[in-house]
Each structure stands twice: as C-alpha cells, then as structure tokens.
Write a protein of this length. Structure first.
Length: 337
C-alpha cells in the first residue's frame, strides 16, 4: 500500500469502530484547500461525517477548540461525537450539502445574507479572542507577499524593478495602516459562501473555522460580501455594509465617530488585503499543491483588486502595476514551466 491507501484504510477502520458499524462505507463529502478532507457515511440511515485531518499536516486540535468556542456562543457548528486527535480522525455532525454558493441569487441573497450577518454579529459580540493568534503586521505582510511571489513571479514570469517594488510596498503599507485603525474582534478568516450552509434549524451552519484569529472588525464582512466565488453589484454591497455599520454601533462594537466613509474605507482596504493574498494563494494552490481549478476564480478576484484599489488614491498605483503586468493574457491558463 502507498501512503494514501494506508490513510484510507486507517480512516475506514477507525470510522467503523467509532460508529460500531462493521460494514460502514465512506464516500467523499468534500475537500478544502488544505490537507483536510471530509467523508460521509450512514448510521441507521442517518448521515455522519468523518473529518480526516492528518496531525502532521493539519492539526485538528484548533478545529475542536474553536468549534467549542463558537458553539458555546450559539453558532451552528458541527457537533463532535468522537474525536481521536492523535490520529486526526473525528466523527462529527453532518450539516448537509446545501452550501450558500449554489443557493444564492437575486431572490435569495437578502434572506441568506441576513442570516449570515446575524451569525457574524453574534460571533463578534459573544466569541472571545483570548488565546487566538493576532492578525498582526507580520501576518498581513506574509499573506500579501504571496501575491508577488506566486502571481507575478511564478504565474506571470514577472521580475519587478526597484521602482515597481516601491509601488507594491507603498500599497501594502497603506492597507496595513487602515487595518490597524480598526477595533479587533473574533475573525473567522474564511466566512464566505462555501463555508456557510443552509440548515433546517439555526441557519447558517458554519464550517472551516479552524484558522480563526483576533483581527479587524471588517475582515469577515468583506469575506462574505466580496466573496471570491460570487459577485454582487457594488451599490448593493455598500448598502449591506452601511446597515452592518449601524448594527455595530448599536452593539457598541464601534465608536460613534466612525462614519460611513471611514467604515467603507476600512471595509475596502481590509477586503483588498484579503484579495491580494488570494491572487497569490490560488496560484500557489495550482503550482505547489496541484489544484489548477482555483485559477478559474482568478479573474473575479482580480476585478475586486483593481476596482477596489482604484477607489483609493493611495493604493491605486498597485492596480495599474498589476494590470500592466498581466497585459492581454488570460490569467486562468497555467504556465507549463
């Protein structure tokens, strides 16, 4: 057996023992951008999920700890029934297959996002950040530097000149100054349409929260409303953003002096930090991790970066630089070398 076959056999044996079902079978439920995978089985006709999180690659302990923190605050996260952290196998509640992404359209989005924004406010009001890593200057820089390394250098074959690096670094500095102005709250980090599920009770179900940090109050809002997988009209987005600002004021999570324009800049540039990272991350997933399908989502993220940067003079030169380096190329096509 190879390593993959060994892991598959161990997973099935563990699941059969954990469920008391010697004939249990497992089928792939989903995989994410990490080394974690999810497998569905049925016990007495009811679905359950086996989460496979190899400890040497994806420590499952943070997922369990943060999940408990969210559940205690009233968020709908998968209940853990059996956990073997040493092997990285967990038997958890199946929240179903109805992720937000295919459910979203012009007729459903207000209701679905309404539920999601309720959940977000609950997280920010009631989930503590004690012991969580900080989304600090060093972390923000590390994330944004994925873009020049993997989009520009690896994907486009571009080597930046000194003056061009100045453009990149000036934009990064402006973004980080804007993030530093914001109050901190619990930050899911991937609060978007592929990690929210429509559930019969207490919708939405929330998953993929193991990377939570203490971070700027607009980060998850930008992750949801400027989703890398679906786009909404900017006027509509700004309406949702302003409504959420007012809710944060009512919840006393935001000072009265933070007006519409300042909050929107926070939202824009915090989202820009995320999307700069994603431009590089999707390329890295292609070339390093063998997942080229992520390149199909690059044009959407690129449009966010260009449009958002050009709304703010201090980061607009970055948009011009990136667009010039891409030229007429279809960025969805991987390079062969």
């Amino acid at each position: 057996m190879n390593v993959t076959q060994d892991r598959s056999a161990a997973r099935l044996a563990w699941a059969r023992h954990a469920t008391g079902q010697p004939r249990l079978t497992l089928e792939s439920a989903s995989a994410d951008a990490s080394f974690r995978s999810y497998w569905r089985g049925y016990v007495d006709g009811q679905p359950v999920i086996v989460m496979d999180s190899p400890p040497d690659k994806e420590d499952p302990a943070p997922w369990v700890a943060i999940g408990k923190r969210l559940a205690d605050a009233g968020l709908h996260v998968p209940t853990v029934m059996v956990a073997d952290l040493a092997q990285g196998f967990l038997l958890i509640e199946d929240l179903g297959t109805r992720t937000y992404l295919p459910e979203l359209d012009d007729t459903t989005v207000d209701a679905l996002y309404g539920d999601a924004l309720d959940a977000l406010l609950r997280m920010q009001m009631h989930v503590g950040t004690e012991g969580l890593p900080a989304f600090d200057h060093a972390w923000q820089t590390m994330e944004m530097e994925i873009m020049p390394a993997w989009l520009l250098e690896r994907h486009l074959g571009v080597t930046l000149e000194c003056g061009e690096w100045d453009v990149v670094e000036n934009a990064f500095t402006a973004i980080m100054h804007t993030i530093a102005e914001q109050p901190r709250a619990f930050m899911h980090r991937d609060f978007h349409s592929r990690n929210l599920l429509v559930t019969a009770e207490r919708s939405p179900g929330v998953i993929d929260f193991q990377g939570a940090m203490s971070g700027p109050i607009t980060y998850d809002l930008a992750s949801l409303l400027r989703d890398a997988y679906i786009v909404w009209d900017n006027e509509r987005v700004e309406g949702w953003v302003e409504a959420y600002r007012l809710r944060l004021l009512d919840a006393r999570l935001l000072e009265e002096k933070i007006d519409t324009d300042r909050f929107r800049r926070w939202f824009d540039l915090t989202g820009l930090q995320r999307h700069i990272k994603i431009l590089g991350l999707f390329c890295r997933l292609c070339y390093r991790d063998g997942k080229p399908a992520y390149l199909d989502d690059l044009p959407r993220v690129l449009r966010y970066v260009l449009d958002t940067a050009r709304r703010h003079a201090d980061v607009a030169p970055l948009a011009d630089l990136i667009e010039a380096k891409i030229g007429q190329r279809d960025i969805r096509i991987p390079v062969t070398a």
